[in-house]
Design a protein around this ligand. Structure first.
Ligand code: GLA
Length: 360
């Protein structure tokens, strides 16, 4: 039988956090780091998934339903389940997974796994492969309803639709995707600084932010905060709702500005928007941690022109845009500075916008 290989990258969101489920804007890139799956159909009634980073394999009946498989295999099982629900019959077989996306770093290792699995399994199924936006929605459905994480569509769209040397401007209301060239020129480096801090209460806090945003929109008589006017947050009596709404409203505006700055190669402007985004996540959306704030602040003190947390928050990674010279300083000195402040030692890596998911 034919062996099918598929690769899907992790992602870094350049700007636009917690805007996806508010139907706003975000500007992610795909990473060159990603997940590769190799699927060998064998005509059996189950998929046996093995991973190079897990000791236990996961046996997934083709008739699996939410709750059936737990642990890392739930991401694969969720994909099998959504495809079944969508009427796409996938064969049984052996699925081998390998990945170099660090888990828990806020770089979407889970979306990379889902997207690679969906690409491989839909290619093995009879019939046409769904388009990329449809695949992203299937991956999100797997994560929301099978794995049980109430995340938006950002990670999956970035993994499936991003292009090399470009960022992807996503409008989550229309689902219009616009490619924005983003090679950062010869002089600048994009660094990803993984805090390596354990996520605490992350799922509960993420869901809590989501419901406060929904409540704020309802209070304003809107379907989503995307439709809020710049000053609408002032109409909210509840101070927490007002602060959360202000983050979403201002963050949407920053994303659009940042895409323009990138098109104009105006990195100083882009960096300033990154800094403003971090402050908004820290003060209005309350999703940063002391260590994350210290990393962003230290990167800026070492010469980064922009530094902000990326991803869902409560840990994960900070991204920094810096001149080649400042980047070298940050790579050499930032980890020690963070350890001296009695936090976990972060890892720093320079990244470039990589290719979206593809068959191998
Ligand atoms: C996580 C979620 C995304 C998005 C970001 C925050 O990565 O999976 O859907 O909400 O957080 O921007």
């Amino acid at each position: 039988m034919t062996v099918i290989g598929a690769f899907a990258p992790g992602r870094v969101n350049l700007i636009g956090e917690h805007t996806d489920y508010n139907l706003g804007f975000a500007l992610p890139i795909a990473l060159e780091l990603g997940t590769t799956v190799t699927f060998t159909p064998d005509g059996s009634a189950a998929i046996t998934a093995v991973s190079d980073s897990e000791t236990a394999s996961s046996v997934i009946p083709l008739t699996t339903a939410p709750g059936g498989v737990t642990g890392w295999g739930a991401y694969v099982a969720g994909c099998v389940w959504v495809l079944g629900e969508a009427g796409i019959a996938v064969p049984g077989g052996r699925l081998e997974v390998s990945s170099d996306v660090p888990v828990g770093a806020g770089l979407s290792s889970s979306a990379a796994l889902e997207c690679a699995v969906l690409l491989a399994l839909t290619s093995a199924a009879d019939g046409p492969v769904p388009d990329r936006i449809a695949l992203a929605k299937l991956a999100q459905r797997a994560e929301n309803h099978y794995v049980g994480a109430p995340t938006g569509l950002l990670d999956q769209l970035a993994s499936l639709c991003a292009e090399p040397d470009a960022a992807l401007l996503v409008d989550f209301q229309s689902l219009d995707l616009t490619t924005v060239p983003a090679d950062f020129g010869d002089c600048y480096r994009l660094l990803v600084i993984d805090s390596r801090a354990p996520h605490r209460h992350a799922d509960g806090e993420y869901a809590a932010r989501r419901s406060v945003c929904a409540a704020a929109a309802a209070e304003l008589g809107l379907d989503s905060l995307r439709d809020a006017a710049p000053d609408d947050w002032r109409r909210l009596v509840d101070p927490v709702q007002a602060a959360r709404a202000r983050h979403v409203i201002t963050e949407n505006a920053r994303v659009v500005d940042a895409a323009d700055a990138l098109r104009a190669s105006d990195y100083a402007r882009f960096g300033a928007l990154m800094n403003a985004s971090h402050i908004s996540m820290r003060d209005d959306f309350a999703i940063t941690t002391d260590q994350i704030d210290l990393i962003a602040c230290t990167a800026a003190a070492m010469g980064a022109i922009g530094a902000r947390m990326t991803g869902g928050g409560f840990g994960g990674s900070v991204i920094a845009l810096a001149s080649a010279e400042a980047a070298e300083r940050i790579i050499a000195d930032l980890p020690t500075a963070v350890v001296d402040a009695r936090f976990n030692e972060p890892t720093v890596r320079a990244v470039r916008p990589g290719a979206g998911a593809h068959l191998l």
